[in-house]
Design a protein around this ligand. Structure first.
Ligand SMILES: Cc1cc2nc3c(=O)[nH]c(=O)nc-3n(C[C@H](O)[C@H](O)[C@H](O)COP(=O)(O)OP(=O)(O)OC[C@H]3O[C@@H](n4cnc5c(N)ncnc54)[C@H](O)[C@@H]3O)c2cc1C
Length: 417
């Protein structure tokens, strides 16, 4: 059976091979000419696609181990965020931040700079303290900031180029509870006060249907442990799916449909363990592009993109998502030049997206944006060099660790070979 990513936009001829032991994993890597690892296949770019072997680690045995000072945990790299955060919770621990969903593997999320939202909170890649990797020769090696700083730096946002990660040491924090609040607010009002709001809340984001005048604002705040357990108040997906299916058949109705939909009530409150409150269910398939922009450019870029969509009455059926991520020092991270505003543009998977994304991408690029590596972008090798001063050093580590290009596929070859 063929492999496909979550959205269905990337496929490969062979399904995932799932080794049951590290020896089997090493033997498979040693004997293959081309290897890509995959987690949950949630990337929109062809990162996991391979003409030969796609490896999944979910059948490997492994367990979590906590350092005596309880600030770091060593975690099997193929575990999903859902599984590992539940295991951490049982130990009284948590990740400081998470993204929108939790089926991603730890290795896959870190390999692409996956992030949540929070003015002072970095991506998951910033939480990595060390990696156990199986290299192209099938040998295991450990890297961290002290033992192999260049490999560690590259591996923090690796795109799977430096070997297959089997274990990752991750910074953890004491377990905490969160209170979620979702409400509909006037866009003009949120636009005006966004910076102040972002300082007031540990986590804040908003969803913005480009043809509507209101946005859906979501905040998460630490709270006391609570009883009873959380109740779900997510956006009503069945109604949304109906709207999308109408828009797919009659795209010109999109502006009217969005304005009508946004007349509904959007209100929700949940409380509970942080790892249960961070993620939402995403059952409707979409395609996504995301750009990380200098924080001071974010709202102006969003104004421009939304203005263009409204002027042309374009059928962009999903809302934009607007988040904030802290700066980091990771070679290939789009956050490495300072704190960013992260703007995600989505389109229903049953509708055309490429031309819409290309035009919006030009606007984001003009505002000094850099793309999320897992989401749709059209960067060339020259763009990568212009945007990332450390790109050539990253490539040099790749050449040393994998001289035959075993872990490279056509997409990655065009950027990093
Ligand atoms: C519904 C949905 C919601 C999302 N929400 C967010 C969000 O809130 N924030 C955000 O930033 N992104 C988000 N994303 C993007 C997603 O987090 C990334 O695509 C992430 O990489 C997916 O993890 P995965 O396990 O599916 O990795 P995959 O897509 O399977 O792989 C991603 C990369 O990791 C590499 N890799 C995987 N496992 C290993 C391993 N063991 N060793 C070495 N390399 C490996 C792969 O080779 C590939 O290069 C979302 C995507 C979807 C579809």
């Amino acid at each position: 059976m063929a492999w496909s990513n979550w959205s269905g936009s990337v496929t490969a001829p062979a399904d995932i091979t799932r080794p049951q032991s590290e020896d089997e994993l090493a033997a498979l890597i040693r004997s293959a000419a081309k290897v890509r690892a995959t987690g949950a296949g949630h990337s929109f770019m062809p990162l996991c696609e391979s003409s030969e072997l796609i490896l999944g680690l979910d059948a490997l045995p492994g367990q979590i181990s906590i350092a005596p000072d309880r600030t770091v945990a060593r975690i099997p790299a193929g575990w999903s965020i859902k599984k590992l955060t539940a295991a951490l919770w049982d130990e009284g621990l948590a990740l400081a931040n998470q993204g929108d969903v939790n089926p991603q593997s730890l290795a896959g999320a870190m390999a692409t700079g996956t992030h949540g939202t929070g003015v002072d909170l970095g991506s998951l890649s910033t939480m990595a303290r060390g990696f156990q990797l199986i290299g192209a020769d099938g040998e295991a090696r450990w890297c961290d900031a002290a033992t192999d700083p260049d490999l560690y730096q590259a591996q923090r946002l690796s795109l799977g180029l430096f070997g297959v990660a089997t274990e990752i040491e991750v910074a953890v924090v004491p377990a905490f509870h969160l209170a979620e609040r979702i409400e509909k607010r006037r866009w003009a009002e949120v636009r005006e006060s966004y910076d102040a709001l972002a300082q007031q809340h540990r986590h804040i984001e908003f969803w913005f249907f480009p043809h509507a005048d209101d946005v859906i604002l979501k905040t998460l705040e630490p709270c006391d442990p609570c009883d009873p357990p959380p109740s779900t108040t997510d956006m009503e997906e069945t109604a949304f799916r109906r709207v999308l299916d109408v828009a797919a058949k009659l795209p010109f109705l999109t502006p009217m449909l969005q304005r009508t939909m946004m007349r509904s009530r959007f209100e929700g409150r949940r409380r509970g363990p942080a790892h249960a409150i961070f993620p939402s269910d995403r059952t409707i398939r979409f395609e996504e592009m995301e750009y990380e922009l200098p924080r001071s450019e974010g709202l102006a870029a969003l104004d421009e993109v939304v203005g263009w969509i409204r002027k042309k009455r374009l059928p962009v059926t999903f809302p934009f998502e607007y988040r904030t991520v802290a700066a980091d020092d990771i070679w290939m991270s789009p956050m490495n030049a300072g704190p960013v505003a992260a703007i995600s543009m989505h389109q229903y998977a049953k509708m055309p997206w490429a031309d819409l994304f290309a035009d919006a991408e030009a606007i984001f690029r003009a505002h000094r944006g850099r793309p999320h590596w897992a989401k749709r972008h059209t960067l060339t090798r020259g763009d990568v060099d212009a945007l990332y001063p450390m790109a050539e050093r990253y490539r040099a580590v790749r050449r040393t660790i994998d001289p035959q290009g075993k872990f490279v596929n056509p997409h990655l070859e065009s950027l990093f070979s």
